[in-house]
Design a binder for this molecule. Structure first.
Ligand SMILES: *[C@@H]1O[C@H](CO)[C@@H](O)[C@H](O)[C@H]1NC(C)=O
Ligand SMILES: *[C@@H]1O[C@H](CO)[C@@H](O)[C@H](O)[C@H]1NC(C)=O
Length: 343
């Protein structure tokens, strides 16, 4: 009996521990028209009456999206987002930075992509980055979350500086990419705009395309508020004098979110231990030599197959947990593994 207790405690306490980071950063928010413009699916983009938030809808005719009105040379891009609920298979909600509209062959990109699921199964979150058109070198990581992202608003943020990139969920840093020289131009370096979109990803989003969008459940509604854009606004084509961005760069590096405190680092480690389901760094079939920014931790690597996918039922507390449950639960868990391995 005794050995079960710490495991069970950990299992129960981790979501609470991570939830304690739900406080928003101390950032100023802007109205939709102060920083963004509609991108596509105009009729499916619905502003709130106070202009502070926006809903993006997907129906059988179109998805929708918006874009920041300016390009930013480094920045902090953030919003509180609530995802569609119920049956969301095949749906993709993306919150990302890119400059693909002006640099077709050499674009940079930083992604949050939310992948819908069949009823009763969790949304999955993917992060990724590209630099200077490195589209043949995907750097995907995939996770589940410690909460249901369709139930309430959570803040999702991308910090991009010259030195590092941090993806945040609330105040938990879930991924950090520290720039190193060997990455070369794979590290995003040209000004980017912020995009938010909802679209039909039936071909791949859920179990590799096995489950499509079911428009009987449309419209699918995602909501964005607490809109935040920080950084140096620039014209990406025009040459700028070195030093033009000094003030904004200083502001970024002085901000709360620029620092991964020891407490946040612990939260990041725990999140990744418990919720990361795929990492390109451990996908040795795809990358026999991990890309240069990868920090390969043997303790972490043990949990992943050579496909980069997590091995389920490996954690001690998982075993205790499952042993306590009926055969029915185990069957359902097995189905989850099958679903995950097809995603
Ligand atoms: C939040 O930031 C503003 C100015 O940027 C500052 O005046 C205020 O004291 C900050 N609040 C907290 C709780 O740190
Ligand atoms: C980006 O890619 C283009 C085309 O492949 C190349 O000419 C250019 O030198 C690259 N830029 C950097 C900064 O490496």
């Amino acid at each position: 009996m005794a050995p079960r207790v710490p495991g069970l405690l950990l299992l129960l306490s981790l979501p609470f521990f991570l939830a304690s980071f739900a406080l928003a950063f101390n950032v100023s928010t802007i109205g939709f028209d102060e920083g963004y413009t509609p991108l596509f699916g105009d009729g499916n983009l619905v502003r709130s009456s106070d202009g502070k938030s926006v809903r993006l809808l997907l129906d059988r005719y179109t998805g929708s999206g918006f874009i920041s009105s300016d390009y930013y040379n480094h920045g902090f891009f953030s919003a509180s987002i609530k995802l569609p609920s119920d049956y969301t298979a095949g749906i993709v909600v993306a919150f990302y930075t890119s400059n693909g509209d002006i640099f077709e062959k050499t674009h940079d990109e930083l992604d949050f992509e939310f992948l819908g699921n069949i009823r009763g199964k969790k949304w999955r979150l993917q992060t990724n980055l590209y630099g200077n058109g490195s589209t043949s070198r995907g750097r995907e990581e995939r996770y589940t979350l410690w909460f249901d992202p369709s139930e309430e608003f959570h803040r999702y943020s991308i910090l991009w500086t010259e030195k590092n990139i941090i993806f945040y969920v609330d105040e938990v840093p879930i991924r950090e990419i520290v720039r190193n020289e060997a990455m070369g131009s794979d590290y995003p370096s040209k000004p980017m705009s912020l995009y938010a979109t909802i679209w039909d990803g039936s071909a791949w989003a859920t179990a590799g395309g096995r489950y499509k969008v079911d428009y009987d459940y449309a419209p699918f509604v995602s909501e964005f508020h607490d809109l935040t854009l920080r950084g140096c606004r620039v014209d990406p084509i025009q040459q700028r004098l070195a030093g033009d961005c000094n003030d904004e760069t200083a502001e970024l590096s002085a901000a709360d979110y620029a620092v991964i405190t020891p407490e946040r680092r612990m939260a990041m480690r725990k999140f990744r231990q418990q919720y990361m389901t795929y990492s390109y760094c451990y996908d040795t079939l795809r990358y026999p030599v991990p890309p240069p920014e990868c920090v390969v931790l043997p303790s972490e690597q043990r949990r992943f197959k050579d496909t980069g996918r997590v091995i389920k039922f490996s954690g001690g507390h998982h075993n205790h947990h499952h042993r306590r449950h009926s055969k029915k639960t185990r069957t359902r868990s097995a189905a989850k593994v099958a679903g995950d391995s097809a995603m």
